[in-house]
Design a protein around this ligand. Sequence first.
Ligand code: NAP
Length: 289
Amino acid sequence: MNKTVVITGTSSGLGKATVERFSSEGWNVVATVRKKEQLGVHAELPQVKTLLLDVDDETAATQFAVDAVAAFGQVDVLVNNAGYFQMGPLESSSMEQIHRQFQTNVFGLLALTQAFLPIFREQRSGVVVNIASIGAEGGYPFTSVYSSSKSAVLTISEALNIEMLPFNVQVKAVMPGQHATRIFSKIDGPEIDVEAYRNQITAFFDHIPESGSDSSVVGDVVYAAATDGRNNKVHYYAGPDALAIPRMKRILGIENYWEEFQQFALGQPSPLWQVLNVPAGDSPLERIL
Ligand SMILES: NC(=O)c1ccc[n+]([C@@H]2O[C@H](COP(=O)([O-])OP(=O)(O)OC[C@H]3O[C@@H](n4cnc5c(N)ncnc54)[C@H](OP(=O)(O)O)[C@@H]3O)[C@@H](O)[C@H]2O)c1
């Protein structure tokens, strides 16, 4: 029997590319979108069933897991991809924005994972791949809320990796670098204008390229994480800019790394940083602040 993967947030970007990758490998795919008009997004692909799911609705998770199993008879892999980007100086974000960011990126992911764990535990097999971000491994300024939500996703993955080991269930996290998706055209930006940060914001973003890697890079890494059979590996990096971060930490040591990173984030990257840092791919971004 062909294996089945469930992938959330597949209307565009990394989720869509991941659907395409699994489908091209002959997998059955249960893909989710949150708007009725997006239900046809994978119509050209064989063995893909697209269902509606808003991960913010925690009460929908259990029934969704039942529906997902019913779609092809079994689920082997869950890819928690749905998410969005809230950014701005912390002072400029309302508490409502902050709660909303964690609702989607963290609580929604937790509720859905909870719904699938008993299924994987009872069948003594399964893989959960959570899409975190390279921001999970060291906060970028003006993304404290987003980055901390992704740190939570990474830490959840690490803890669950061990928790589920006796049941032959693997849990992994993918840390993508900057990828050219619609995420940057849908940023939930500052609600409160705090002029004092203006120069610092400009200095930081002057050093962030307006390009990113192709979404297929993440599709490939997620597929590898789901199929490599390694229950002792949690951290997967996608894109050259993401791969560079753990390498720089190893070369510089954690304290020197932070000093170098701080200078870069203040808009004054050292010559050493400029040598060690690697840009993302060159697909143009739709928009960055
Ligand atoms: N692009 C990057 O550079 C990058 C880097 C690191 C990590 N990531 C992570 O990668 C994941 C995918 O992002 P992307 O870059 O591919 O952006 P994207 O093109 O905007 O795709 C995000 C997907 O998540 C869906 N989504 C958002 N909120 C949802 C909710 N409450 N319930 C269900 N679906 C929801 C979106 O649906 P709608 O179409 O309805 O909005 C869309 O299908 C996110 O978790 C993001 O944080 C992206």
